[in-house]
Design a protein around this ligand. Sequence first.
Ligand code: ATP
Length: 430
Amino acid sequence: VHEEDNLWEKMRAVLPSPVFYLIEQIGSYGDRECVRVYLVGGLVRDLLLGIPNVDLDVVVEGDGLSFARVLAETFRAKISLHEKFSTATLYLPDGLKVDVATARTEYYEFPAALPVVETGSLKQDLYRRDFTINAMAVGLNQDTRGHLVDFFCGKSDLEQGIIKVLYNLSFVEDPTRIMRGIRFVHRYGFRMEPETKKFALQALEQGLMEKVSFSRLKEEFMLILHEENFALILENLKEMGLWERIFPEWTISEEVIKLLKEIPPTWSWVKEYLAPLDLNLVILLVLCHHCSEMQIRTLNEKFSWSKLYRSALEKISWNKERIFQELATNSLSPSGVFSLIGDLPAEAIVYLILVSDCRQRKVIRNYLEAKKNLFMHISGEDLKCLGVKPGPRMKQLLDRVRKERLDGNLISRADEMTYVKALIQRERGD
Ligand code: ATP
């Protein structure tokens, strides 16, 4: 092992100290239990890049499950065992999580199937991984502490910024690696090695992605949304022809790509007015830009989104034409905009802003500005004192006051009280 390949001091420098201490402990317990223990995967990759990563993936040459049980007892961790794959996850009281696995080899009975798993060596365990940069390990036992294990030139690929599979059939066995690969390309500003790219395109052409279960596709897709460069990743996968194969309801047109790229700059000013926001939902609304109501329904079924997601996607799909028509009419007051979009989730408003032209955008922005500066003097408590019960009726009354305030027709608390009392009286027919 070259001096530069001993990563122990680098680990001490880059990782948060509780993580480093935990890793040190895991190594000591490896010696005590007479098993070879390694850190593998993303943490090793990021360590070489100098990026802190606290996802601990430990591989054990020996009985990983027994070792995981020992660790769980020592650290008073909750343990969840996945016996079929000889893996365990430990949840430590301080919030850290450790995945422990028995070194294993995998083979696939047919393309895109789940693998059949057998116990193996560290080398076999690293060989079954997705890319060379993710197939490195660091020894944790005393005699190999900090030694980089790099059978497949991962370090060199990392230095050159290359995403490369370990064997030709990698994407045939697991086509979701294509999505992972493009994710890493844009996360680190790397490129896909030409042969790897060729294998990816071949696997797509052979229709292998369509064989993957929907839940795995959804999982990989959601990971993309969490990336800073989500728009570039989605665009790159569009160029490779992925989306029409797996999510045919989405038409990812040039326009959609442009909108996706506009999300981060729009996001940065919109945050001032609308909080809290769920970026994933904004991205989904944009992806559904060309969808019909029928397609939205199908997507909602397939993805089984949360109630919030479903309702935002449906509301936008049903109402967007009408909203745009009205926003385009001149002289829409802030209260008019409130009636139009006041009940929409914040993410749907961001979508509307993205899709609007300059004039419509200005109308929405004026409304947001007025709403932000608006301080309502009266509250539900005041209405209760006037005999209004909490419920939709109370919301309606408060919304009426809010609209008058937005348009500058009411100024003081006294104005608001007089107005709302008059409303209540009129409704009672006094
Ligand atoms: P991230 O930083 O996105 O979490 P990661 O590399 O840590 O990236 P994980 O999904 O946590 O990704 O996986 C941990 C490791 O398991 C990877 O580094 C890789 O070695 C291996 N791995 C994950 N998914 C696959 C896959 N589909 N095929 C082969 N190996 C995989």
